[in-house]
Design a binder for this molecule. Sequence first.
Ligand code: NAD
Ligand code: LMR
Length: 338
Amino acid sequence: QPPNSQMEESCVLKRTNCRAKGGAPGFKVAILGAAGGIGQPLAMLMKMNPLVSVLHLYDVVNAPGVTADISHMDTGAVVRGFLGQPQLESALTGMDLVIIPAGVPRKPGMTRDDLFKINAGIVKTLCEGVAKCCPNAIVNLISNPVNSTVPIAAEVFKKAGTYDPKRLLGVTMLDVVRANTFVAEVLGLDPREVDVPVVGGHAGVTILPLLSQAKPPSSFTPEETEYLTKRIQDGGTEVVQAKAGAGSATLSMAYAAVKFADACLRGLRGDAGVVECAFVASEVTELPFFATKVRLGRRGAEEVYQLGPLNEYERVGLQKAKNELAESIQKGISFIRK
Ligand code: NAD
Ligand code: LMR
């Protein structure tokens, strides 16, 4: 133990007590995969979020370095680092929200499904930890392929007897962020004024932007519809190719993850009218999981909204999305049940 570690621990305790005495609202958040390309900027942005009182940073490498760095930021959250499997339980105990960006990213030429082999096992292990140490936490699952990792997580929780479908959310926020950006470009608007629901899942044709429901209400030519739909569906690949082997989207993903996590925390706090898109257990289609708008509340995704009216182009897209999604969901379920 370094000589000053006792002093540091006592300072952290004082900070925690000081927050508690001040009645400062705050939630305990863990990031699993916190030293990665997404994890690091995500950790930095969560450290800046006033709704976070305690931030646990867990990874199998470099967690102490990232923690030391981020802990010097003069914002409210108390930061603690956890390295490797033996510290997973301490990282998770008492958490209100667990964000999971752990796992390998794509290289050019790969599909998200190509990541299944490695990431399925990582998600399984981490979710077993969640089931054991913080079964009531909300889980934001980022690791790809989301269309399969969410079903994997659900099966792990079912096996452990802790499954609450409202608390398990696959993060598809980056698709919405991209849709808002690209649609704003076409319309000549500020992206902050645009809101485009994106439904289905998070891979290729399963990403289905509902341009007919964009706000502000807008009409698009068939060429614009085709261009926007394809660009939103291929947004991840656009970044993977531009990074040329150095990984996939990390900075825009960290931004999207924080936007989504903040919405979950506002929901947990009891704010009214918090609505975002997410990949959740669903009865909106015949599939057991589907991304649509959900209302976030104290218990997680408290309401899953219907698709609303679709135009012909979107109805065709929906069928394609469902065909691919059905396979990816089944692959995730079979991984645990086999
Ligand atoms: P990265 O390789 O930069 O970081 C991943 C981190 O996970 C690394 O620090 C690694 O040490 C850690 N890790 C590996 N195994 C672990 C384990 N068992 N426990 C804890 N941590 C572990 O990758 P990245 O760019 O941050 O991407 C991470 C994942 O997020 C990838 O699967 C990627 O495809 C996915 N992703 C999803 C979205 C989305 O919209 N949902 C967007 C971008 C990326
Ligand atoms: C994304 O959409 O950027 C992520 O899912 C990463 C990827 O592999 O495309």
